[in-house]
Design a protein around this ligand. Structure first.
Ligand code: FAD
Length: 454
């Protein structure tokens, strides 16, 4: 990875999902790239470290993967989820498609995706990757990073001309920027944590639940979700209060855990043979939203991905948003060549409002998934929205579809969603059943609203 007269050596801190994709894009633009990653090479990890945790990949993510030609190979190991399958406390199922016929979000293994991208990164002659390299300090003025080799226990300083901070929600690069003048920063934790659990494969490696759905057990103040894996198992995530009468704190013994799960997730428990072991061995992790600005330090440093905008996971958009950062940067590199000043400035101006909107949407969707999807009035509202969308397809794209199945800027999706919600607030008092949608006064109201949106 040696720079030439036209290119320069670019430094990427963090070889996670967004860092690896970013390296591929920067190399595609002819740059030499060096990428530092704190962890060991995930491709050499044992089965425990490489435990499959999956993510929902949707249109924004796919487009970014297509831009470096790896979408097809990821598609081969992705499982389409066409809708939500809700499990009520008696094990009754309700299914809600996510979008139109043929639309889906995709369950992909985080480790598998990261491995696939690292293979491509390493095959690229313009990119050099170093594992077990932890950034300990960034000197923004001197433009040097202090790196600890975690295997050898040795530190060294590395100069940089341009540094891309993609080192996640607890970014060391951002940490240095936080100590500069007029840098805005906030972090907000939910009172909820999460824990990964497993639904085992049925005999013969079959899926014990519907394979092509994202499963949700909404329970008002908490919920569990499950996404399918290729081996027939499902990764479950329990989102649960840290403290209180029903909380992680309150579940102290294996017997207590089992009794609680049997009570509230009765159809899932028989499929979770490792429940008690996993519950006490797997970590309880926190859920944070990070907002900051600027994302640049002159034309020397740029933050992307979770380092710039960590969000809670309830819209399945954190990685997708980080991947979309790469698409946005790619477009700016195409337009502005080597004019980094302009590229960095336009990047943050364009992406910041969208990242903020996505952060709000993610918290909103938490309330919806946890609580409202079990409310009959809310489900009726969703059905009516779907009827409006069918009747006025050019004027009403459901908010979920705008976020998940379109490339509309997140900020526009949020604004449209708020406008739609206002219309529904006017409409719903006139509606008690699905059939009421055909009532003349309802049709007139809808027609008037749609005419106003011409
Ligand atoms: P990370 O994935 O955090 O990668 C950062 C990398 O930097 C890591 O490899 C880390 O080892 C390295 N690093 C950190 N510090 C240093 C340092 N000091 N020096 C060197 N290297 C360092 N998103 C979706 O789109 N869909 C989903 O379904 C989804 N589900 C989620 C479920 C949960 C429970 C959570 C917590 C998140 C979920 N997300 C989802 C969000 C997604 O995981 C993140 O948005 C995504 O991983 C961000 O990628 P990143 O590369 O910016 O950061």
């Amino acid at each position: 990875a040696s720079p030439t007269a036209e290119t320069e050596l670019l430094t990427i801190m963090g070889g996670g999902l967004v860092g690896s994709l970013l390296a591929l894009y920067l190399a595609q633009h002819g740059h030499a790239v060096e990428m530092f990653e704190r962890r060991p090479d995930i491709r050499k990890a044992g089965p425990v470290e490489a435990r499959s945790i999956n993510l929902a990949l949707s249109d924004r993510g796919w487009r970014a993967l297509e831009g470096v030609g790896i979408a097809d190979s990821v598609r081969d190991v992705a499982i389409a989820m066409h809708g939500r399958m809700m499990h009520d406390p008696h094990g009754q199922l309700t299914y809600q498609p996510y979008g139109q016929e043929g639309q889906a979000i995709y369950s992909v293994s985080r480790a598998g995706l990261n491995r696939r991208m690292l293979d491509l990164v390493e095959q690229n002659p313009r990119i050099r990757v170093a594992f077990n390299q932890q950034c300990q300090r960034v000197d923004l003025r001197q433009q040097i990073v202090e790196m600890l080799d975690t295997e050898r226990g040795e530190s060294r300083t590395v100069p940089f001309r341009r540094l891309f901070g993609v080192d996640g929600a607890y970014s060391a690069v951002r940490g240095a920027m936080q100590r500069t003048e007029r840098f805005n920063y906030s972090q907000h934790y939910l009172d909820y944590g999460y824990k990964e659990l497993t639904i085992a494969a049925a005999s013969g490696g079959e899926w014990a639940l519907e394979k092509h759905a994202l499963h949700i057990w909404p329970r008002g103040q908490y919920m569990m979700i499950a996404l399918p894996n290729l081996d027939g198992s499902f990764n479950c995530t329990l989102f649960f209060p840290f403290e209180g009468p029903v909380s992680f704190e309150a579940l102290q013994t294996p017997a207590h855990v089992r009794a609680f799960f049997e009570d509230v997730f009765p159809d899932a428990v028989p499929l979770m043979p490792e429940l008690e072991t996993e519950f006490f061995e797997n970590p309880t992790s926190s859920l944070v939203t990070v907002r900051c600005y600027p994302w640049t330090y002159h034309d020397a440093v740029l933050l992307l991905g979770d380092a710039a905008h960590a969000i809670v996971p309830f819209y399945g958009q954190g990685m997708n948003a980080g991947f979309e950062d790469c698409t946005a940067l790619h477009e700016l590199l195409t337009r502005h060549g080597r004019d980094w000043n302009v590229i960095f400035r336009e990047f943050q101006q364009q992406r910041k409002p969208n990242a903020d909107a996505m952060a709000d949407l993610a918290v909103y969707n938490f309330e919806e998934m946890r609580d409202r999807v079990a409310d009959p009035r809310f489900l009726l509202q969703k059905k009516i929205e779907s009827k409006i969308s069918t009747q006025y397809p050019d004027k009403w794209l459901p908010l979920y579809s705008q976020v998940t199945f379109s490339h509309l800027p997140y900020a526009e999706a949020l604004a449209n969603g708020q406008a739609q919600e206002q219309i529904m607030q006017c409409l719903m008092p006139h509606i008690q059943t699905e059939e009421d949608y055909q009532r003349p006064e309802v049709q007139q109201l809808v027609a008037a609203e749609m005419a106003a949106r011409a």
